[in-house]
Design a protein around this ligand. Structure first.
Ligand SMILES: *Cc1c(COP(=O)(O)O)cnc(C)c1O
Length: 397
């Protein structure tokens, strides 16, 4: 491990945990300096919303903090049951099942779907899992955990997915994709993937960590935005720690598939249930997101448009994203690190994302926008981006 660590250090790829304390709104205290946060995933600014905080503290005062047991033992509270019902209703599915994190939801659900019932062949389960090359790490890990045959296709290439399915006919197959890609911000070709899966009897699984809350009618996510329902995407996964401002995750689908996941997903069965206070806060978040009485989705949309228009004027090479994730591709790791440091000196927290999170040569500034950003703050960030030395930008591939 030390050799591997030293190798990463040599390549400029060491990661560092920094303490970022919240000062309210988009302001963070980092190493004694106040920075404007442009890299978080609290897209609607709900994490500090008074309704969420009130629901959280009220429930913690009444029920305590920890649940003390797994859902299937004695940790399942009324707040969890109500949240699962509300998630199912919101996403238009029969049932939803809570997980403690999105990583655990992907690991456990893919492990359950790809291994339960499928016959082991030469140490593998005999199931096929086809995935977009830029899927979140936990989807890839879930397929490995299941012992499934994993085949990947070029980014957002639905025909590539079809080719991978056709290469292994006869196997029980599942296609998994991010709805909105976490490091690129673009949207998966969901309608085409749904058709391809239906034609071949494969199951489509969508991880909507970055679409839920911000896209589609009532913020129901990228699947709803594409006009697709439970028939097209039988298992939908969403996280509660991004636009919903809380923590945790869920999968939603037909009652029968959710019941099977309940039985076989080891990251569900063997872990302590999330705090009931968190479930209560999430319910408050869903109420706000569905009706959006404060117009937060519109504000986020206006902020995205303002940022993209300003960046185009400056000649910055943004990636083709219409979502809150607006990466600026730099290319080399050193240049991306230098750009992030320059922005930090100017008062902005924008983290450089480097390999292996992104492909080699794909280091970037992953800029994210939130409803809490003021137009003035966005203009100030654009100004700082415009002042980045040309040398950093010309490193772009
Ligand atoms: C963040 C993220 C996850 C993991 O969710 P956590 O709740 O943070 O564990 C899963 N999938 C995607 C696409 C993500 O961006």
């Amino acid at each position: 491990m030390e050799a591997a660590r030293a190798g990463r250090a040599q390549a400029g790829l060491l990661r560092q945990t920094r303490t970022c304390d919240v000062l309210g709104g988009d302001r963070r205290l980092v190493d004694g300096r106040v920075l404007a946060d442009f890299c978080g995933n609290d897209y609607l600014g709900l994490a500090g919303h008074r309704h969420l905080v009130a629901a959280f503290t009220r429930t913690a005062a009444a029920e305590g903090v920890g649940t003390g047991a797994a859902h299937l033992v004695a940790g399942h509270r009324g707040e969890h049951a109500a949240l699962e019902e509300e998630l199912a209703d919101w996403t238009g599915r029969e049932r939803a099942l809570l997980f403690s994190t999105g990583v655990m939801a992907n690991l456990g659900t893919l492990q359950a779907l790809l291994s339960a019932g499928a016959m082991p062949v030469q140490g593998r389960t005999g199931a096929l899992c086809v995935q977009d090359r830029l899927n979140h790490a936990s989807l890839v890990d879930g397929a490995h955990l299941a012992g499934a045959e994993l085949r990947r296709y070029p980014h957002v290439d639905a025909h590539g997915a079809a080719r991978q399915l056709d290469a292994r006919p006869g196997l029980p197959a599942l296609v998994a994709t991010d709805g909105v890609f976490s490091m690129d911000g673009d949207v998966a070709p969901l309608a085409m993937l749904a058709t391809i899966c239906q034609e071949r009897g494969a199951m489509l699984y969508v991880d909507d960590a970055h679409g839920l809350g911000v896209m589609g009618p009532q913020g129901a996510g990228s699947v709803a935005a594409a006009g697709l329902g439970a028939k097209d995407v039988p298992v939908l996964m969403g996280t509660l720690g991004k636009a919903l401002g809380c923590a945790g995750a869920f999968v939603a689908g037909d009652a029968s598939v959710i019941e099977a996941i309940t039985q076989f997903a080891r990251t569900y069965v063997y872990t302590t249930a999330m705090p009931a206070a968190l479930a209560a806060a999430t319910r408050a978040a869903i109420r706000l997101v569905r009706t959006d009485p404060e117009g937060r989705r519109d504000r986020l949309g206006a902020n995205i448009a303002r940022f993209r228009a300003g960046a185009a004027q400056l000649g910055l090479r943004l990636m083709p994203s219409t979502t809150a994730i607006q990466p600026l591709l730099i290319g080399s790791t050193g240049a991306a690190m230098a750009a992030a440091a320059t922005l930090e000196a100017a008062g902005f927290l924008v983290v450089a994302i480097r390999p292996p999170t992104v492909p080699p040569g794909g280091a970037r500034l992953r800029i994210t926008l939130s409803a809490t950003h003021t137009p003035k703050r966005i203009d100030a960030l654009l100004d700082a981006l415009g002042r980045l030395p040309r040398a950093l930008e010309s490193a772009a591939v």
